[in-house]
Write a protein that binds this ligand. Structure first.
Ligand code: ZN
Length: 505
């Protein structure tokens, strides 16, 4: 995403997390009915005998955030014989291969058909379900036993009993979802989704760990008459859970043509944005062409483009919802944001981050690649008014209080929404790290490192340190030492190895 200037949204995101954590303490996050009485069991043949006991336990614990084990719902069906049903259990390690998602934007109903990698040992699968109300969980043989309780980030989790098997298992979850207002799910007023960083569960059963990758199909119904719903019918390669997105509006589609490799590039803009769309996408097809030719084939589909996201006044930046990434309405004229979000198709989405602490692998890379691509077309993002140099000056000036370490050494210890890392630092120090590396070892050598690492890791999760080590293999001993020194200075300490007072005069 490119939301460092999105001051209002940064604040909103922070508030969203706080409000959710506050809500979860009351135990009523799931259905709003409060207390332990959050049973959403609609199965007529439910045979659970434990609901009363666990409900009581939840009730006794409500009012403190420690009461995070309020199992609230248990449901099973007699089809196929009650004795054969695998009891609900927790297992967050099951690999989700694909999620086929059907959403009705009028009825607020969803159906997720989730295919799990085969397991001959696990009898369970767990998913984050935010504030969804689960109505039915089944597979091709009939109903599956399930339970819900408070899980990661204070949001609900769904535990399902899944038969073992030598072939991939299927879990079909039917549910209703809620309207959201805080950039944390389906935003009814704005008619779009926003799921970063860990709000996917408010739209569909998922795992928000950034390392997890899933392929998707999507089918969206219920958009208002006369409106266009822009969403990908298929995301054929593994993507992070926050990547799938929907935007509904009176869009005009701008055909920007095909790249050399045949990818169709479009833009979808809102009424009155003709000039902004023309300015912002002036080089977008060439930028995408540059990425494909320089770094490797794109994996998220044959048609791509920028979608103008009506996030409200003062909402700038963008969000890497490939293949139809969102660019804030007020930034749709910004070539930088279009190029930045497009770059996430290679780094951030194509290669996912292994931990939130690897944020710089996503954001520093996208920031650099946007400048690298547009730089070949005469657009200098580093020296532009208000550009990277001006932003680095703010990052490095102690009086601004922005500076932090761009690459922390932990893994998924931080909460990205509340940690200092959620700042402009990984964007700017990351981009200037790469710029310094390009000067030290050659811009083409660094390009070949981006390409080689992408080809080796596309569809997978990776650490920033692994990329640093990979870059070193593309140069000589002196170059490798320079890369290490630059990584230490720019990414692993509070240093700003530049006289920031000379920047952005
Ligand atoms: Zn970004």
């Amino acid at each position: 995403m490119r939301s460092f200037r999105l001051i209002s949204t940064v604040a909103v995101l922070g508030m969203a997390a706080t409000s959710f954590l506050a809500c979860s303490g009351g135990g009523g996050t799931g259905t709003g009915t409060g207390g332990a009485a959050t049973t959403t069991d609609t199965s007529a043949s439910a045979s659970s005998t434990s609901a009363a006991g666990t409900g009581g336990a939840g009730g006794s614990g409500s009012g403190t955030t420690a009461a995070t084990t309020t199992t609230t719902t248990s449901s099973s069906s007699g089809t196929g014989g009650g004795g054969m049903v695998v009891p609900a259990g927790e297992d967050f390690t099951r690999d989700i291969l694909t999620t086929d998602l059907e959403l009705d934007l009028t009825a607020f109903t969803g159906k997720a058909t989730i295919t799990l990698a085969a397991s001959t040992t696990s009898k369970a699968a767990s998913f984050e379900i935010g504030d969804l109300d689960i109505t039915k969980v089944s597979d091709d043989q009939g109903a599956l036993d399930f339970a819900t309780k408070v899980g990661p980030h204070g949001l609900l989790q769904l535990d399902v009993g899944v038969p073992t098997g030598a072939t991939p298992a299927k879990v079909i979850v039917e549910y209703t979802f809620k309207k959201h207002t805080m950039f944390d799910g389906w935003m009814q007023t704005e008619q779009l989704t926003f799921l970063w960083p860990y709000f996917c569960g408010n739209l569909y059963p998922c795992k928000s760990d950034p390392a997890d990758g899933v392929a998707f199909t999507m089918k969206v119904t219920g958009a208002a008459a006369g409106m266009t719903a822009v969403y990908p019918a298929s995301i054929p390669a593994d993507a992070p859970s926050y990547m799938p997105a929907i935007a509904v509006a009176q869009f005009t589609k701008l055909d920007l043509g095909k790249t050399t490799k045949g990818t169709q590039v479009n833009a979808w803009f809102l009424p009155g944005q003709d000039a902004d769309a023309a300015a912002g996408t002036a080089h977008l097809k060439q930028v995408f062409d540059f990425y494909e030719k320089t770094y490797g084939d794109y994996t998220f589909g044959a048609t791509v483009g920028s979608v103008s996201a009506n996030w409200g006044p003062g909402a700038y930046g963008g969000m890497e919802h490939h293949p139809y990434w969102h660019v804030g309405k007020d930034d749709f004229k910004s070539e930088e944001v279009h190029a930045h979000e497009a770059a996430h198709g290679w780094y951030g989405d194509g290669v996912r981050i292994a931990c939130w602490e690897d944020f710089v692998l996503s954001e520093g890379s996208a920031t650099y690649l946007a400048a690298r691509s547009l730089g070949t077309m005469g657009v200098d993002l580093f020296k532009a008014p208000g550009g990277y140099e001006c932003q680095l000056k703010n990052v490095c000036d102690p009086a601004k209080g922005q500076n932090t370490i761009a690459l922390p050494s932990t893994c998924n210890v931080i909460d990205i929404l509340t940690d200092p890392l959620w700042s402009n630092v990984p964007y700017m120090k990351g981009a200037f790290f790469y710029q310094a590396v390009a000067k030290a070892i050659g811009v083409d050598v660094l390009d070949s490192a981006f390409a080689g690492f992408y080809k080796a890791n596309v569809g997978k999760a990776a650490h920033m340190q692994a990329f640093i080590d990979y870059i070193k293999t593309k140069t000589d001993v002196a170059g490798a030492k320079a890369v290490d020194d630059l990584a230490t200075a720019w990414l692993k300490t509070l240093d700003c190895p530049v006289d920031y007072t000379t920047l952005c005069p």
